[in-house]
Write a protein that binds this ligand. Structure first.
Ligand code: TXA
Ligand code: MG
Length: 329
């Protein structure tokens, strides 16, 4: 398939250009687009054959459900049977933004979107381009991250293009994604909010709104977030997480790279240094970008600093440990 590209300035999105992309969604096409977290690979949530094409384009297992993206809080009711009080409070506090909420699925939402589950996951992004695209399409947009299954999620147009060229009808270039790791996924179908995937909206954030909350999902025997059981975020290079940078012995290997906070730049001699910046949010914004850059640079081994397990650090640790297949040195 021939992929069309359009460039849109997130500071003032060109409605005419996005109208073309919305037409493509309405006709059952696939459009990759930027969000504040990562690039998404979108299709009309209510067009079953279009959603099927998402799974094919990504090489995604069919038992891994998709997030539907909306542009107005009220549109949650196009997908969910009802919205519990706490879920409503979370929507008001964190939408548009990096929070995906799992609710009971309405019967008329195609099964394929939820991979057969009786729940549905919904997110309202804050990104201007994503929002305008959804609004102009007039339908919720089902969109996983726009990477080939197993690879790090794309946070730039170039990385999105590298995976999706020839597999989708259109890619919208809206520059870099500011957050860089995917949304927090919270299950609101039970008594207590359960975080199935950590992200920029933290457990403390959820507790501050709902008065309760916990981590769950992959820590349980049967993962409730089906995506969590698959290989994830893996570049071709071998990845190791570094638990303690102070005692880590830098490799003398020109085919190795270290991803760490700036304060370690002078310690890296004889290997490449990839800056994680100075804060957890800078690290999050760069992690997937750097894992892909390692492959582009011909790096064979990546050592990446594990941040502290708090705030955004929890989300970075989650992605990094998956990328490293759990190997910590
Ligand atoms: O930031 C994001 O969430 C990005 C952007 C594009 O919005 N999207 C994204 O989608 O990360 P994806 O498909 O790569 O990851 C969605 C995760 C998967 O692990 C999936 O298993 C889980 O959410 N998920 C989706 N619907 C679910 C449901 N009904 N119940 C449990 N887990 C669900
Ligand atoms: Mg993904």
């Amino acid at each position: 398939m021939k992929t069309t590209y359009i460039k849109v300035d997130p500071a003032s999105p060109d409605e005419a250009a996005l109208r073309e992309a919305a037409e493509c969604i309405k006709k059952g096409g696939l459009v990759a687009f930027p969000t504040e977290t990562v690039y998404g690979l979108g299709a009309d949530s209510f067009n079953e054959s279009a959603v099927k094409k998402i799974y094919i384009a990504k090489g995604r297992p069919s038992d891994n459900p998709l997030i539907s993206h909306i542009a107005h809080i009220d549109d949650a009711l196009k997908l969910a049977e009802y919205v519990p009080e706490d879920a409503k409070k979370l929507m008001e506090a964190y939408w548009g933004g990096p929070l995906t909420i799992i609710l009971k699925r309405r019967g008329d939402v195609p099964m394929i979107v939820s991979a057969g589950l009786d729940t549905v996951s919904i997110r309202m992004p804050s990104h201007s381009v994503a929002n305008m695209l959804i609004r102009l399409s007039g339908t919720p947009i089902a969109a996983p991250s726009a990477n080939l299954s197993g690879s790090p999620s794309p946070t730039t147009f170039e990385h999105c293009k590298a995976d999706m060229d020839g597999r989708v009808d259109m890619i919208i270039d809206g520059g870099e994604c500011s957050i860089g790791v995917e949304s927090t996924v919270v299950d609101m179908t039970g008594e207590v909010p359960v975080i199935l995937r950590p992200g920029a909206v933290t457990l403390d954030d959820i507790i501050s709104v709902c008065g309760k909350g916990m981590f769950g999902g992959e820590y349980a025997d049967a993962p409730k977030c089906p995506g969590m059981k698959y290989v994830h975020y893996s570049p071709d290079a071998e990845v190791f997480a570094v638990g303690d940078m102070e005692s880590f012995k830098m490799p003398r290997d020109e085919n190795a790279a270290i991803i760490a906070y700036d304060k370690y730049v002078n310690a890296a001699k004889g290997c490449r240094f990839y800056s994680a910046g100075c804060s957890d949010s800078e690290y999050a914004a760069r992690l997937f970008y750097l894992l892909r850059k390692a492959d582009e640079d011909g790096i064979k081994t990546v050592y990446a600093q594990l941040p502290e397990n708090k705030g955004m650090g929890t989300a970075i640790r989650n992605r990094l440990l998956k990328s490293a297949g759990g190997r910590v040195i």
